[in-house]
Design a protein around this ligand. Structure first.
Ligand code: TTP
Length: 227
């Protein structure tokens, strides 16, 4: 039986104990999502899904991430449609473990990145409409659910500092303004609920250094894992 992702998400609190708990980690570029997933990867009861950036850097020899940053108007649609596919593949993958934790979701790809490209004039409206049709169909007809969203919330300035430090070559020209727009989109989605509610949202303060963040993950373990 096909179930609506939306309807299932609203009913997340009722999920049966036989089902995997599905957690998505969200936050701006550089917020520390990978560090959080690395921390929980040590737990044998949790399946981690995190290698998405590597996929986007090599689509059968094409670095889609790089093309998108070099010319978003030309490549934004191609890139975002591939992101949408890889996110769907992640959502649909079945886990043998009781908890599945994934980096990002089809929702942030759409509500944060696609909306931002469109609103800032970097995506033609026909591209935006086609991506939206695909997104609406997939989230309404495919059988996946999200139980909890962890929002690693930090200032765009902090995100920029971390991006500079890690020095991913495709991201060298990311500006503070770009991160501010993405931050606004995240706030619209996860704090102000402008795109509807897909799952319970747990906000964690991601301003702190890595050591303090690891302590936060340890102390909030039960809340994060919906225990
Ligand atoms: P993130 O998914 O934010 O991964 P990250 O490694 O930056 O996360 P963290 O530092 O918190 O561990 O972004 C990866 C790159 O992909 C980044 O340059 C932004 C870009 N991206 C898009 O352009 N569109 C999208 O829909 C998504 C999800 C990411």
């Amino acid at each position: 039986i096909l179930r609506s992702g939306y309807i299932r998400n609203f009913q997340s609190h009722q999920h049966s104990s036989m089902e995997t708990i599905s957690i998505c980690v969200e936050g701006n570029i550089g917020a520390g999502k990978s560090e959080m997933l690395n921390f929980f990867a040590k737990d044998p009861t949790i399946e981690i899904i995190s290698e998405h950036v590597k996929k986007w850097q090599n689509v059968n020899g094409h670095n889609m991430l790089d093309l998108m940053y070099k010319d978003p108007y030309r490549w934004g649609f191609t890139f975002q449609s591939y992101v949408q596919l890889t996110m769907l593949q992640n959502h649909m993958s079945k886990s043998a473990k009781p908890v599945q934790m994934m980096e990002r979701s089809i929702y942030s790809a759409k509500y944060v990145f696609v909306e931002n490209l469109y609103k800032s004039g970097l995506m033609p409206s026909v591209d935006y409409e086609v991506l939206t049709e695909w997104f609406n169909w997939a989230t309404n007809h495919l059988d996946f659910h999200v139980d909890r969203i962890i929002y690693l919330r930090c200032h765009p300035e902090t995100a920029l500092e971390r991006i500079k430090k890690r020095n991913r070559k495709e991201e060298l020209n990311i500006t503070l303004e770009y991160l501010q727009s993405l931050h606004e989109q995240q706030e619209e989605w996860l704090i102000r609920g402008c795109y509807g509610k897909h799952a319970e949202v747990l906000v964690l303060d991601a301003e702190q250094d890595l050591e303090s963040m690891l302590e936060v993950f340890e102390n909030s373990r039960n809340k994060i894992l919906c225990l």
